[in-house]
Design a protein around this ligand. Sequence first.
Ligand code: MN
Ligand code: MN
Length: 467
Amino acid sequence: MEKEKSAGQLLKEKLCTSKKHSGLKLSADEIRTCFDFCEDYKVFLNDAKTEREAVIKAITLAEKCGFTEFKSGMTLKEGDKIYFNNRGKAVILAVIGSEPIEKGVHLAAAHIDSPRLDLKQNPLYEDSEVALFKTHYYGGIKKYQWGTIPLALHGIVVKKDGTKVSVNIGEDENDPVFCVSDLLPHLANEQMKRTPGELLKGEELNIIVGSMPFKDDEVSEKVKLNIMSILNEKYGMIEEDFLSAELEAVPAFKAKDVGLDRSMVGSYGHDDRVCAYTALKAILDCKNVKKTSVTVLTDKEETGSDGNTGLCSDYLSHFFYDLAECFGADGRKVIAHTECLSADVNAAFDPTFPDVMDKRNCAFMNYGVCVTKFTGARGKSGTSDASAEFVGRVRSLLDGSSVIWQTGELGKVDAGGGGTVAAYLANMNMDVIDVGVPVVSMHAPFEIVAKTDVYMTYKAFYVFFQE
Ligand code: MN
Ligand code: MN
């Protein structure tokens, strides 16, 4: 016989919030669904390490699901699926709903750029018979984390005649990789006195790319010449072509299960491909939607969203205007009635570093998709701060659809802070809230997320579109 609950127990159940690990809430089958979902996510992580590759991958998957390229002025009807490719670095995908578009759109916005080392414009040099690439780091990194890990080179080279070559070295099992060196501890007495931000300095993030000379006593810088000769053979490029190239060094390792229970995924670039993938998958899977549903996968978030592929530019609002025009609708009304889930990661509580978190208000792994009312630093500087009304709206949506979710603030007050694209979207005059996956070791070359949270984030976007 079950013991009868006391008055206090009953009252507590009624009045007080209780939190529970997803592993205790979900059935074995449901947990398996979460784990299975992450198998395809790992493939996405490995295939799309850069914004350009993520756009190609998203469009390939979308076309398989019947999406076609959007042209302004085209005739659109309920159920149509379209995509808009912004310069190969950002993409918008939409499924047309049954309700008039002026009633607003359900939008999910994630970013597909991640912290990395970009090659400088004149990258290649030889020093003491070693060939190296100069880099300029992209996004917020702890520079020391980028030494002595295998790096792959991704990107494009635009040659003098305008032709474009894609570069991808270091991902294939048989490919060579590259590396930023670090000092041996035996000789690091002076280096270890530096502040951690300077342990590896920006100008020390030089990538080793070769050490064999071109056999000819008549020329200088033989190792560099040998590297140029290999690049010329492989890509038909000359040194000057580096000037019009975008080459990005990213960790060469693949996404892997983490833990004996395989409950987590470790990878480069969860921020923010974990939200990009889940928002993409949700738009591909949704059908018979009432509100027109839109996923935007944007670039440049890690550098502040400026630039014509970042969300501070007008490309998203212009898309809304063009889309509205197809229905003879007013773009301004479409935007004003739009609801947006700003799909970005948040920091997960890390038991090794508890001091930076307010345990009562931060996100935990395996407690579901994280809904963040506000971001920012100090006195909420730079936040859009979702209204109580909109938080209430999202709360009832998620609760009504059995999505496991939690709230999370990015660290303690005054411990630091950060922002997402939410503010830029809110500035367009739509309702926005941050929704995404908690991440351990965010912005490190190898970040960790929990599989149940990844699935719950997908489910949140899916029920939002499908509502
Ligand atoms: Mn992010
Ligand atoms: Mn980030």
